[in-house]
Design a protein around this ligand. Structure first.
Ligand code: ADP
Ligand code: ZN
Length: 713
């Protein structure tokens, strides 16, 4: 029986992670126990580990069924980079290539094999699998089995054959779709035996949620991009034309940008996608056609240029940011005009689509999210049936809670104007009336004669729009979508007009502090950023040479930790999350050297770096300088240089301390260390030895002692 302990060891060795995330551990225990398991986890939740780790520790081959051929290649490359033998078989390969891989399976050389459902179900493949020991079937994107879902694939319904033909092999089915119907379908259609079902929280706490008014989008985007220097991200636009024109404008401003939409040829699309995956371009402007089957973990931000149709779509799209768990930003632009456009589109489609009513309701929920004045994450999760206990602290509302004011008078003006115009005005016209505008429409209708004409001159049109939306949202008035969007009074409005009901409105934030900008970052942070940048460049060149996307080499989270910790030894490098044994062997020294070079350069510039000065000593030592020469060159006391040597030795650097302290001396000194302990003060050891040995010899002996007796310390 394989234990969870072995699984944990594999996690560290191959993936470089210290521990499982809470649900991963339970899931893997179930799988190791031979149970069937269903996993519902958001994108970035860590689903792959749930079958990849069992695949490594269980005897035999894990067969992964995955619908997206493009993704298989990336996944296999990521596994190989971690030292896990894996391959894929699908129709993109020649018969010869497929044959070679089948042979590797028969010889027991592989731990994971990715196949498309078509391949799995093709003639002869099942009987081929019977000839090898299959440890586990993993059905990825399992929601494809459900006709209710958004991604139904008929061939997935044939997967019931797995349980029929391999009754004793456990099946793990995974998806990022949360709804109950899909979950039930998965269990039933795969014929799973009494499966354990795990539903993770769909919260993505690392994604910062922001909504901004849609005015002046382009400038707001360029400001945003300047704050996200070189960070990869996606801008979603509504239309193909919108995509192309935004991309062209950004290009004109010198940004690194490409675009993607379904109207392009397959070749053009593949190129755009590849460029983005490999960090050759920073930005993709795209329609929602972009993103399915993209595994890029270091997308740092997603912008919605237009309001999405519904919250499901929005959440899926922003979910493409920050899959590596590092900080990411989601920025949505919102304007009422977008809502109107979308409504019109939906209604034009009415003849073709049966669900228009439902879609309009969903759009309304989306609009409420955009106009929210309470924690946005709460609203999102509530939508998916999850309740948060407290506000998230990582959305614009939490950071900048809106202040309210008594808006009764303002509301009365607006509502009275609606009443006096016989509820025949739409939003734009109402604002004109309130502002006392002399437009044709106003004059022709005689609205310049009503009592409230011009009663709201003191408020600018934009703010009027915003206040009116609030009144709409809170039910103080309604919009008759079927009557030219005219505004109508409600029960609430009558209370305000005639019964003294008070109205609280949210103040707008224009004067408020914007999102944190690059202003005055502490120097420590700047240095970290600079190192991160260097490490990212190194990663890119390694990735290009190997022909893989950069995040396959190391994720952003891993590089960020390196930039913060500045590991310069094998031990400290292996302690970085995401650095496993295989990756250390391949890339460890390259990254260590980059860190050392960086530290040395910073020191040469006069930037003190705590804990790294010994590295400069090490550099000189390697170049053949003696301790005396180093102490002169670096204007340091020789004792300090000796202490650098001791530190270097303790950190695993190759320095021969016996050049500075003889074996005999060490033997004597170590008796005192054994008595007083390795953490004793130098002075105490010095006195204990009757002041016979110089301080630096004691310091060096402690380092030697730690090394030689490490097994008993
Ligand atoms: P999903 O398939 O659910 O979208 P992934 O399996 O791609 O998610 O995992 C998302 C990210 O989290 C990856 O960068 C992965 O390496 C990382 N990850 C997964 N499990 C752990 C863990 N136990 N500790 C740290 N990072 C993890
Ligand atoms: Zn919040």
């Amino acid at each position: 029986m394989v234990t969870i302990r072995e699984a944990r060891e594999a996690l560290k060795l191959y993936f470089g992670y210290e521990q499982f995330r809470p649900m991963q551990e339970q899931i893997i225990e179930g799988v190791l126990d031979g149970k069937d398991v269903v996993v519902l986890m958001p994108t970035g939740g860590g689903k792959s580990v749930c079958y990849q780790v069992p695949a490594v520790v269980l005897p035999g081959l894990c067969v992964v069924i995955s619908p997206l051929i493009a993704l298989m290649k990336d996944q296999v490359e990521a596994l190989l980079a971690n030292g896990i033998p894996a391959a894929y078989i699908n129709s993109s390969q020649t018969a010869e290539q497929q044959y070679l891989i089948e042979n590797e399976c028969l010889e027991g050389k592989l731990k994971l094999l990715y196949v498309s459902p078509e391949k799995l179900l093709s003639s002869g493949f099942m009987s081929f699998l019977k000839r090898i020991k299959v440890s586990l079937f993993a059905v990825d994107e399992a929601h494809c089995i459900s006709a209710w879902g958004h991604d139904f694939r008929p061939e997935y319904t044939q997967l019931k054959a797995l349980k029929q033909q391999f009754q004793t092999v456990p099946v793990i089915a995974l998806t990022a779709t949360a709804d109950k119907l899909t979950q039930k379908d998965i269990q039933e259609q795969l014929y799973l035996h009494n499966p354990q079902v795990y539903v993770a929280s769909f919260d993505r706490p690392n994604i910062n949620l922001m909504v901004k008014p849609g005015r002046d989008r382009f400038n707001k985007i360029t400001e945003f991009l300047d704050r996200h220097h070189k960070q990869p991200g996606i801008i979603y636009c509504l239309s193909r034309k919108g995509v192309e024109s935004l991309a062209a404008k950004l290009k004109g401003k010198g940004y690194s940008v490409t675009f993607y939409h379904a109207g392009m040829s397959a070749g053009q699309r593949a190129k755009a996608q590849e460029d983005f995956l490999r960090d050759n371009v920073q930005i993709v402007c795209a329609t929602i056609a972009f993103g399915m089957g993209i595994d890029k973990s270091n997308v740092r931000w997603v912008i919605h240029y237009n309001l999405p149709k519904n919250i499901e779509g929005y959440y899926q799209e922003i979910g493409r940011a920050g899959r590596d768990g590092a900080k990411a930003d989601a920025l949505l632009f919102y304007s009422f005009a977008d809502v109107m456009n979308m409504r019109n589109m939906l209604q034009e489609n009415q003849s073709r689509e049966t669900q228009t009513e439902l879609q309009l309701v969903k759009l309304e929920r989306m609009q409420q999210f955009a106009e929210a004045s309470a924690c946005r994450r709460r609203i999102l999760l509530q939508y998916f049936g999850e309740t948060m206990q407290k506000d998230c602290g990582n959305c614009d509302i939490c950071r900048n809670p809106p202040t309210r004011f008594d808006g009764t008078l303002l509301a009365q003006k607006a509502l009275s104007a609606i009443a006096r115009t016989q509820e025949q005005v739409n939003l734009g016209l109402l604002v004109d009336v309130l502002r006392g505008a002399r437009t044709n429409q106003v004059i022709q209708a005689g609205f310049d004669k009503v009592k409230t004409y011009g009663a709201g001159r003191d408020i600018n049109p934009l703010d009027w729009h915003r206040y009116l939306h609030q009144l709409l949202n809170e039910g103080y008035m309604e919009m008759a979508y079927d009557q030219g969007y005219t505004l109508k009074l409600t029960e609430h409005s009558k209370q305000v007009l005639f019964e003294g009901r008070k109205v609280q409105l949210v103040k707008f934030e224009d004067a408020r502090q914007e999102e944190p900008t690059i202003k005055a970052r502490p120097k420590r942070e700047l240095i970290k950023d600079a190192l991160f940048d260097r490490l990212r460049q190194l990663r890119k060149s390694i990735a290009d040479e190997a022909g893989v996307p950069p995040y396959v080499v190391f994720t952003d989270t891993t590089l960020q930790e390196m930039a913060a910790e500045r590991p310069t030894t094998k031990i400290s490098m292996l302690a970085i999350s995401g650095v496993g044994a295989q990756k250390f062997d391949r890339y460890g020294d390259l990254f260590i050297n980059e860190v050392i070079d960086f530290v040395n350069e910073e020191q040469a510039k006069g930037n003190k770096m705590k804990g790294a000065t010994h590295l400069a000593t090490f550099e000189l030592l390697k170049q053949g300088y003696s301790v005396e020469q180093i102490s002169i060159q670096r204007s340091l006391n020789p004792v300090t240089v000796y202490s650098h040597l001791a530190t270097l030795s303790e950190q695993g650097y190759d320095v021969d301390l016996y050049r500075y302290v003889t074996k005999g001396e060490f033997k004597e000194i170590s008796k005192a260390i054994a008595k007083l302990g390795v953490d004793a003060k130098l002075k105490d050891v010095f006195e204990h030895l009757n002041e016979q040995f110089e301080y630096h010899k004691i310091r060096l002996s402690i380092a030697l002692y730690k090394k030689e007796y490490s097994w008993q310390l």
